[in-house]
Ligand binder design. Sequence first.
Ligand SMILES: Cc1cc2nc3c(=O)[nH]c(=O)nc-3n(C[C@H](O)[C@H](O)[C@H](O)COP(=O)(O)OP(=O)(O)OC[C@H]3O[C@@H](n4cnc5c(N)ncnc54)[C@H](O)[C@@H]3O)c2cc1C
Length: 319
Amino acid sequence: MVHSIKKDKNNAFLSGNFFKKYPNETVASFFSEEYIDYILRSLLTINNAAEADEIFLETFGTNLAMLLDNYEHIKGGSHKLFYNFSKNSNIFLEKNITSLWYQDEELKGVIVDNKEKLKYDAVVLATTATSASKLLEKNNKKLSDNLKKVRYFPVSMLVAKYEKDVFTNKLNGYIFPRNSIISNVGVYDLEKKNYVRYTFSGREARSVLNNNYSIEELIVLAEKEFTKHSSIELPKRIDVAGRVTKQSAYSLNHQEFLEDVKLNLIDSRNIYLAGDYLESTSIEGCYRSGVAVSKQILKDFESRGESENSNSETRKSII
Ligand SMILES: Cc1cc2nc3c(=O)[nH]c(=O)nc-3n(C[C@H](O)[C@H](O)[C@H](O)COP(=O)(O)OP(=O)(O)OC[C@H]3O[C@@H](n4cnc5c(N)ncnc54)[C@H](O)[C@@H]3O)c2cc1C
């Protein structure tokens, strides 16, 4: 399986061919319990917040790909990247797309916060499948229902800053057993060993995450669990930030799901989808789905001869 990814990078994503031959088998039914606990489980909890009996071999290439990645955080943080990106596009922060704007069954754009209408030639729903499903409920019930098949599991990541380094060059992280409420703890940045990232994910974590604990309460639980399993004595904590959210674990029978989505999209001209549930939950996979959709839009508009006719105001306006 690893070799298939090394040979062809497409197999790291859900559009690759190699893993399509295993649609209905879970990771738990294919590998031994010991191998899962020591080697594979961390890949599943980190990528999908899921356990081995919840992930199917059909999507397992996206997990294995992580073993081969060697990315690190962007030096100096990612704000510069977003800033540069924002120079080329209109970015609206803190605005909710509450519905799609249709007139005489033709897509006109989107409606923001239930009142403001924004005109666009095409709309890419680059949201979670859950959010896309809500937006499509009125105009494409079949697609909306299909998108509900994408599974999301709860996850929380906390980053704590300590007075002194917690990790060393030799040891920069731990993975935790399946009966633990946290799945992994590690340095947040290889150059800042006093920043520690705690992740709550997997089945045991869900009972904690369903309790609406605050970040301050969660960090106390995480630190307690960490010191229970490691010999490291934590220095004084200076700060903590974090979020409770969800991670995609794809749909069951992913290829079938994709085929249905493609068919459903025929009924929604100028609506496109991108996101974590299509190619892979890795940022690289999300990016790939975005690139694919951009190419598709250009192709569709060119084939309909709309690129020359459309005025420049609306042509650039794809949200
Ligand atoms: C804790 C955690 C750690 C992770 N770590 C890594 C990692 O180290 N490396 C890696 O490659 N991947 C990582 N991932 C996975 C990766 O971050 C996600 O898969 C990816 O961000 C998903 O991208 P997306 O564009 O599909 O969706 P999102 O990033 O979820 O973006 C969708 C956006 O749409 C917005 N939205 C939704 N509905 C509406 C609406 N109606 N109107 C307006 N806006 C709306 C949301 O607010 C959101 O900003 C991690 C994920 C989590 C949760």
